[in-house]
Ligand binder design. Structure first.
Ligand code: PDD
Length: 279
């Protein structure tokens, strides 16, 4: 595999990261995951904007994000990924410097890494729906930044895996915020309900696309946090994410959502989502 690392394309095995890189030591960095089809990325402008926003929020400077995305795009042909589905992972840290909590002074060059690989759309999960579990949301107060600090997400997702579930829905102060690596929506009487974009959720690009589809399909939408106690009354639940797509949820812990099969609203949105062209 050819990857991009600090200005060059190289075989993955040639990447060498300093042990005092602040991404390694503090999780001091940001990332993005974008999806491509036939060599073209979906919603590239949105991913670019979100990456810039994350970098600004952490005050990581000195990255030419315009040039970087050009190089990320270049990873597709370099890895034979111009046909079919692919995904790119992109990570930037504040760079390598002797360990001290405050930013290096003078600043050091950020560490920049990107890879692209084939992506298998989760067709079975889309068709059959998935199980999720509920876990406490133990994250910090800036979940709107796509930072590398994902330990609560990792632990929640591991708990999901150990429970044979696809995802853990995170609950804070009695309200469902989002999943460990996806956004979530509930359907009540035909209305799609999503958590508003606040500091408690990631500004999910798939969620934005889903709301655009609702608009095009004349599907009513409400943006407010769903109380975990109201969840069993939902007719449908579904997850959203770059690699998750729009994924029906049919079971939460030990109770069944609706009749236990993917609901019509999620199915309609998934169909419309799959028909979208990269742009
Ligand atoms: N996860 N919420 C969280 C906490 C996420 O990590 C993600 C994405 C989403 C969905 O965002 P988007 O629709 O922009 O992909 C919501 C990525 C894909 C990951 O960590 O692999």
């Amino acid at each position: 595999m050819t990857v991009y690392f600090n200005g060059d394309f190289m075989p993955e095995a040639n990447v060498s990261i300093a042990p005092n890189d602040r991404g390694f030591v503090f999780g001091d960095g940001v990332y993005e995951v974008a999806r491509a089809e036939d060599g073209r990325f979906f919603r590239l402008a949105d991913h670019r904007r979100r990456l810039t926003r994350s970098l600004d929020a952490l005050r990581i400077q000195g990255v030419d994000t315009e040039a970087l995305w050009t190089n990320v795009q270049e990873l597709l042909p370099r890895n034979g990924l111009t046909d079919g589905h692919a995904k790119a992972y992109l990570q930037i840290t504040r760079g390598a410097a002797p360990r001290q909590h405050a930013f290096p002074d003078p600043p050091v060059e950020p560490t920049v890494y990107a890879r692209a690989e084939a992506h298998e759309p989760p067709l079975d999960k889309w068709r059959n729906g998935v199980k999720v579990i509920l876990r406490p949301d133990q994250r910090w107060d800036r979940c709107d930044i796509k930072s590398l600090n994902y330990l609560p997400n990792v632990l929640a997702n591991q708990a999901a895996q150990e429970a044979d579930a696809y995802e853990a829905l995170l609950v804070r102060d009695g309200f469902v915020t989002e999943g460990s690596h996806s956004s979530v929506a509930a359907v009540f009487d035909g209305t799609v309900t999503v958590h508003p974009f606040t500091n408690r959720t990631l500004p999910s690009i798939t969620r934005t696309v889903m709301l655009e589809l609702c608009d095009a399909l004349d599907r009513p939408v409400e943006e407010f946090p769903v109380a975990v106690d109201d969840l069993p009354a939902a007719d449908e639940l579904f997850l959203m994410g770059t690699t998750t797509g729009i994924m029906p949820v049919v079971q939460v812990d030990d109770w069944t959502v609706g009749d236990g099969t993917p609901g019509p609203v999620a199915q309609e949105l998934l169909e419309a989502f799959r028909a979208l062209e990269p742009a």
